[in-house]
Design a protein around this ligand. Sequence first.
Ligand SMILES: C[S@@+](CC[C@H](N)C(=O)[O-])C[C@H]1O[C@@H](n2cnc3c(N)ncnc32)[C@H](O)[C@@H]1O
Length: 356
Amino acid sequence: METIKIEHVQVKEYYGKTLNSSQDLKTNACCTDDNIPRYIKNALSDVHDEVMARYYGCGLIAPEHLKGMRILDLGSGSGRDCYVLSRLVGENGYVVGVDMTKEQLDIANKYVKYHTEKYGYSKPNIEFKHGYIERLDELGFDDNSFDIIISNCVINLSPDKESVLREAYRVLKPGGEIYFSDVYADRRVPAALVKNPLLYGECLSGAFYWNDFQNLAKKMGFLDPRLVEDRPLTIDNEEVQTLLGNIRFFSATYRLFKLPALENACEDYGQAVIYKGTIQHHEDILKLDKHHFIEAGKVFLVCGNTYRMLHETRFAPHFEFIGNWDKHYGIFEDCGTALPFNDNQDISQNTNSGCC
Ligand SMILES: C[S@@+](CC[C@H](N)C(=O)[O-])C[C@H]1O[C@@H](n2cnc3c(N)ncnc32)[C@H](O)[C@@H]1O
């Protein structure tokens, strides 16, 4: 068994002992925007207060079409996202949370019965496991055993991000996806800052440089990472900001499909799809990612990769598919190599977003 890394020890200390609630955070990195759809707000209103108080996520984990799905949450903390998903997958779905910090796990476990009764289920459709997200094999998770993996502000804290993505790929079913929010930097963070336990614990200095993330994701088999949404982080702590200098940080949600036939670029085969408007809570529009807002009933041109993301996944019954692979028409569009995030932050100003 691999030895426990210093970062694991520090992060357990931070989330198990230093922090007692989100009010104790020193920056706004582990905070979520208020822009939450109503059906998620409704599900959140049924989550126990103690679980909510120990939430430290940075994004909204709400992939579409969850009924009956088997979902794994990497770094589930006190269980907020797991309990929301437990409701959205329904009694026939199943949610497993993994976390290495006992104190967080204890709170998650304490309210399994409470939520099972609240949702009117005859038995729990959720469980929490104590372990490391780099070593899912030690928890007995089989290959191809989950439809969806989620994670909220956790992978930045891992000292071995390659193993996390490798294991995620292994346990996902073909056509499954990892849909996760995390913190990213606009450049590689210097080693001296990575060693600072406060900056690391606050989900800043362990953050991926976005292009290193995209390259690693591709190397691990997630060939076409799709950015769903992003926002700049403003830090809101002068001392921390001084240490970080001009490094810009973003909270971003990516979805990575396990589809081995995806290509390196968006290639044009003259294909299109029509969304039937049949996914609950997304009847008018399906937002596959930041660049694909697919309106119901309208012919929507797609590249080969997007076609596969809809045709070879749980979304297939909700689309009509036009075209085939017989003829190639060249590149679909310029995928771009610039910073992918919207950066409306003036780096000379430290403005408040006040999301906490
Ligand atoms: C910022 S908190 C986010 C928790 C939860 N996702 C939420 O939204 O509230 C990070 C969590 O990830 C867990 N964690 C960090 N690195 C981990 C690892 N390598 N293996 C398992 N859990 C980890 C920590 O214990 C902590 O509970």
